[in-house]
Design a protein around this ligand. Sequence first.
Ligand code: NHR
Ligand code: GAR
Length: 203
Amino acid sequence: MLVILISGRGSNMQALVEAGLPVSAVISNRADAAGLEFARSRKIATAVVDHKKFATREAFDDALAKEIDRHKPRLVALAGFKRVLTPKFVAHYERRMLNIHPSLLPAFTGLDTHERALAAGVKLHGCTVHFVTAELDNGPIVIQAAVRVRAGESADALAAHVLKQEHVIYPRAARWFLDNKLVIQNGVVRVKGDDAQLVMAAD
Ligand code: NHR
Ligand code: GAR
């Protein structure tokens, strides 16, 4: 039903599994991703497609898609996956691939979001689950969680507060998708039944 792509720790993958979502496989581009251990401990199928073994991004993405499609998933979820995907790959999973990004998009696309949020002095930060499009961190927004930035907070402390909310909103978004509750209209996502697409973290 759901194939999850990871590159490292895999705490978001773990949150999806522990929410009881039907995870068919966990695939990593790195053999040493810690999250693979957790998936194996839960008897979930795992695979490694090492990007360093491919000459081009296209060749890597083709091999990755082949591994994913063996499981015939309805949904692909990027969970801390660290490789930018080619337009061809993205088109193949159009409207059925989600990502969780650690900022309130469209602010702070790309990497090192918490450091950049602190450097910008924002008072509200958070995380976003969005559909993946060819343009990085730019697809239709499914759900966001907002976290207050405390005075003098470190990037690590802020990241921990945001991560806690990631583990709340990603399972919710995946469940909505699998329950056919998400509708995309003019690039805006609506949830049938009007479930709340914003979480304000209590502090
Ligand atoms: N691919 C597409 N086409 N669109 C998106 O929105 C994507 C994507 C692939 C990954 C996750 C993303 C994030 O949430 C994601 C969204 C990696 C990089 C990156 O620059 C940027 C954004 C995201 C993931 N990766 C480097 C690269 O050259 C490698 C970095 C590394 O290996 O440590 O691919 O932030
Ligand atoms: C999460 O904070 C996720 O939002 C972020 O990396 C972390 C992965 O943690 N993703 C990105 O920055 C994507 N470029 P996890 O492996 O424990 O889920």
